[in-house]
Design a protein around this ligand. Structure first.
Ligand code: ADP
Ligand code: F6P
Length: 483
């Protein structure tokens, strides 16, 4: 059996250099956190961008960088500053990301971004080709690398290639607006298996393939010459045990062992037993609906004034893609909204919003999940949203209410949460009211079902299902060839 190569833009860690020393910082985001659990158990090689540019990497530092990555089973693709600008900040995050999340008005169609995207995808493909042998399995991840499958297939037809998209695939009417729509589809079709989080994304993709490329699509098989490509949905899970075990440890900590954050949260709970914490955690991204959530919070406080001084919204917004103007504008909007709402409603003893703009260590993430009565996760559009699953996994006493957007991929598997349309403030305010008053028995019965499902459909199962399906697709193709 050949080896497995994982390839994605983000590696499990991001390297930083300060005063000549290299530090590895865990990557944030669904792809990195999910694949990390899969990767650490096996002997796969993970190829990606280290977070440093070629200009940062001096000849003396390079061996140390390679060593730091090797500790995480990883190997780097070297990108120049200009390539990072055009490929990552440009085509990936100013063209595809907004388009695939239905923010058509934010999407920029620039030829130079597209040219850099092609060039960088070829670099990633070359890194695979330098490591892959016939019989190996290559698992390509996400929208940054949509051309890679075809680039590899052309040079190495006898490897097995899987592609997984971690973000939504939009409807045909949206996708067709992209000038390079055919090239992206053809790029992905170099795979043997193409996976999506939900059946809806899968069917949007198949519809685009049929209508733009005129290929034969039968059920979920696409025929392209003598090559048959299978398309399927694989909803990504979480490392359930990691989160529930961490929560159990958290609850059993003596006061002296607790983090400062945990102590602060506990103190607030003890001083007002009726007080409720609402939790909002996301990368700072317009697709996550953070600004809308703040407007909805203001609406809620006006509609249900009895909760003033009783509820607190904790917002953790993780810095993300801060070179892209839309993210800078959003940061400013959120800063202003938090300031305005706190200014409007605060009293001497109460600040309605606690706002953290930073990444937090895992331990603090657990502190927040376990201390929050209500998780309020309402993206305007989200491929999956793993945070929703992580919150439920940490509620080991089964209490807690999840308010989740219908527009998150995870809503398909989390029907027992309170599902809302984030654009509907009336419905959102009522859901918060319902969550605050939900009897503990009802919380427990909803969470019990959710927990059982999440524990079973965990990230390991997700990866195994994908790999098993890829293998059976290869067996099917081999059988067809020999006939
Ligand atoms: P996305 O992939 O769009 O960022 P997800 O909700 O699917 O959204 O995944 C986010 C991941 O990032 C989760 O696994 C979560 O635990 C992790 N994460 C979120 N906030 C932080 C943080 N402050 N520090 C570390 N990890 C975080
Ligand atoms: O889950 C979607 C995703 O875009 C991943 O591809 C990515 O790793 C994550 O969100 C975080 O984004 P970025 O890698 O741009 O920081």
């Amino acid at each position: 059996m050949g080896k497995t190569i994982i390839i994605s833009n983000r590696l499990p860690v991001q390297l930083q250099i300060s005063n000549g020393a290299i530090t590895a910082i865990p990557s944030v985001g669904g792809l990195a956190t999910g694949m990390k659990s899969v990767h650490s158990g096996g002997d796969s090689l993970w190829i990606g961008w280290s977070g440093l540019t070629e200009e940062d990497i001096s000849p003396e530092l390079e061996p140390k960088i390679d060593e730091a990555l090797a500790e995480h089973g990883s190997s780097k693709v070297k990108l120049t500053e200009e390539e990072v600008d055009g490929f990552y900040y440009g085509f990936s995050n100013r063209t595809i990301w907004p388009l695939f999340h239905y923010f058509l008005e934010y999407s920029e169609f620039q030829l130079d971004y597209w040219n850099t995207y092609k060039k960088v995808n070829q670099k990633f493909a070359d890194a695979i080709l330098a490591n892959a042998e016939d019989g190996d399995t290559i698992w390509v991840h996400d929208y940054q690398l949509m051309l890679v499958p075809q680039m590899v297939r052309k040079e190495r037809p006898n490897v097995s290639i899987g592609f997984f998209l971690h973000i939504p695939f939009p409807s045909f009417e949206i996708f067709r607006t992209l000038p390079w729509r055919k090239e992206l589809l053809e790029g992905v079709l170099g795979s043997d298996l193409i996976g999506f989080h939900t059946y809806d994304y899968e069917r949007h993709f198949l519809s685009s393939v049929r209508r733009l490329l005129g290929l034969e699509v039968s059920f979920n098989d696409i025929t392209m010459g003598d090559h048959v490509i299978k398309v399927d949905s694989f909803p990504m899970g979480i490392d359930y045990k990691k989160f529930s075990d961490a929560a159990k440890i958290h609850y059993n900590k003596a006061e002296g062992e607790q983090s400062e954050l945990q102590q602060r949260l506990n103190t607030h709970k003890k001083t007002d037993l009726d007080a409720k914490f609402f939790l909002s955690i996301d990368r700072l991204d317009y697709s996550k609906g953070i600004a809308k959530r703040l407007y909805a919070f203001e609406y809620f406080l006006n509609k249900y004034p009895q909760y003033k001084e009783k509820v607190r919204l904790i917002i953790l917004a993780v810095p993300s893609r801060s070179n892209v103007p839309q993210y800078q504008l959003l940061k400013r909007e959120i800063d202003e909204l938090v300031g305005r709402i706190n200014g409007e409603f605060s009293t001497v003893s109460w600040t309605p919003i606690w706002y953290f703009y930073r990444s937090m260590p895992f331990e603090n993430l657990i502190d927040l999940y376990t201390s929050s009565d209500i998780a309020w996760l309402t993206p305007l559009r989200d491929g999956m949203n793993l945070v929703a699953k992580e919150y439920i996994a940490t509620r080991t006493d089964k209490t807690g209410v999840l308010i989740l957007s219908e527009m998150a991929g995870s809503a398909n598997e989390m029907n027992e949460s309170l599902l809302i349309n984030p654009n509907n403030f009336e419905q959102t305010a009522d859901a918060l009211h319902e969550a605050i008053n939900m009897p503990v028995e009802e919380q427990k019965s909803r969470n019990e079902v959710l927990q059982k499902r999440l524990a079973r459909y965990n990230v390991e199962k997700w990866a195994n299902d994908f790999m098993t399906s890829l293998k059976s697709q290869n067996d099917r193709e081999a059988a067809n060839v020999s006939h």
